[in-house]
Design a protein around this ligand. Structure first.
Ligand code: HEM
Length: 405
């Protein structure tokens, strides 16, 4: 049997990539006792499961994996019910809503965060910027009280810990469940009040949205807001930190991006391929499914390793190299943000917030580069990524010469 480090071991959390290589090559479909799931690591298999053209997979596994913390969200739904629910929320994250409502909010929030360190010559891109921007943006978009930003930050950290709790730590589970109750107590009265006083914010859009005579209940809206904090917060936070880390470690590419800002788009796609924020997505098989490495029986949970698939040499040339100029990666498009890397998944559950995430990264990176013309890693600092379920740099201390005011 191949010698594969356990995905719950500390060594794996530090660097999963050597294990991913062994899995892709020697054990592309492997039963993992602790998570009671089959692990899949090759690009062709993960892509096929996400696309699911033949309707062989469901997201029923989310009923125990995410429902205890969020309630029922669109992630658990399938078929027509999913399509209708998704159509209620999707328009808020693209087109004119994105342009007119989100972009100014992102720009303002990015500026406010940078203003706190722009004169100091030093910052930690992770704690001073990346972990703050996405959650502040979503809270502002929803039209929630600014003074609650810290509370959201705490909630989403607890929720993410719950979702990444593969070893089943009881305290982490309990804290996640408590957060669900606290969030409902906070959110439901706000939703009820907003229904009577509709405004221009995202929460009002969600209250008023209607497809085929269907509207969202208070509980649906609360669950969706909870999902937004986690799905839109943690992921984008890791994406911002990772793109910055990857560029800081590749000086020529950083210089090229600084010179030609339209390259941020390529850098974003390559960074999502090379260091995706979400490394694991689970599905449940509805029937027996034969993949490249063997057959998954019906009713099994399947863990798709995005980080392994994105570095599959059968798909990407020299996959362990960060290269924004690579020609075998499709970048995002203005309309769908579709790309061939798997960081946003594919198919029916393809990330609803992909364009919003791209806007946050683009605006964030642009503003950071403008404020820090000679940004570099602090002496001796090297970005260290950690994480199994989600993954990104833990700190990113930088130095720069402040611009004259
Ligand atoms: C779905 C990743 C940003 C909201 C997903 C999925 C992935 C993902 C992998 C698929 C989950 C599955 O198939 O089980 C990411 C990454 C992001 C990001 C890497 C940042 C770079 C955002 C943002 C939002 C968001 C900013 C907020 C609007 C959602 C929602 C879904 C989703 C609501 C569920 C879609 C559905 O079930 O139809 N995301 N996401 N995401 N994402 Fe994102």
């Amino acid at each position: 049997a191949p010698d594969i480090p356990d995905i719950l071991s500390p060594a794996f959390a530090e660097n999963p990539y050597p294990a991913y290589t062994v899995m892709r090559e020697q054990a592309p479909l492997i039963w993992h006792e602790p998570t009671q799931s089959y692990i899949v690591s090759r690009y062709e298999d993960v892509q096929r499961i996400f696309k699911d053209r033949a309707g062989q997979f469901t997201t029923d596994n989310y009923s125990w994996q995410i429902e205890p913390v969020h309630g029922k969200t669109i992630l658990q739904l399938s078929g027509r019910e999913h399509a209708v629910r998704r159509a209620l929320v999707a328009p808020a994250f693209r087109g004119s809503d994105l342009q007119q409502k989100f972009l100014p909010v992102i720009e303002r929030n990015a500026r406010e965060l940078i203003d706190k360190f722009r004169d100091t010559g030093s910052a930690d891109i992770v704690s001073d910027f990346a972990t703050r921007l996405p959650v502040n943006v979503i809270a502002d978009m929803l039209g929630l009280d600014k003074t609650d930003h810290d509370r959201f930050h705490r909630w989403y950290t607890t929720v993410i810990a719950f979702l990444g709790n593969l070893s089943g730590d009881a305290e982490v589970t309990a804290a996640g469940e408590r957060t669900r109750v606290e969030f409902a107590e906070y959110m439901i009265p706000i939703i009820q009040h907003r229904r009577e006083h509709l405004g221009d914010d995202l929460l009002s859009t969600l209250c008023a949205a209607e497809v085929d005579g269907v509207r969202m209940s208070d509980e649906d809206i609360k669950a969706f807001c909870s999902l937004l904090l986690a799905a839109g917060g943690e992921t984008t936070d890791k994406a911002i930190a990772s793109i910055f880390a990857n560029l800081l470690e590749n000086h020529e590419q950083l210089a090229a991006v600084r010179e030609d800002r339209s390259l941020i788009d390529k850098a974003f796609a390559e960074s999502l391929r090379f260091t995706p924020p979400v490394h694991m997505i689970m599905r449940q098989s509805a029937v027996d499914v034969t993949l490249s490495g063997g057959t998954v029986p019906a009713g099994a949970t399947v863990t798709c390793l995005i980080g392994a698939a994105n570095r599959d040499p059968d798909r990407y040339h020299d996959p362990d190299r960060f290269d924004i100029f690579r020609d075998d990666l499709t970048t995002t498009t203005a309309f769908t943000a579709a790309a061939d890397h798997l960081a946003f998944a594919l198919g029916r559950h393809f990330c609803v917030g992909a364009l919003l995430a791209r806007a946050e990264v683009e605006i964030g990176v642009n503003q950071l580069l403008d404020a820090m013309p000679d940004v570099r890693l602090a002496d001796g600092a090297r970005p260290t990524e950690r994480g199994v379920f989600t993954r990104g740099p833990q700190t990113l201390p930088v130095r720069f010469t402040p611009l004259p005011t």
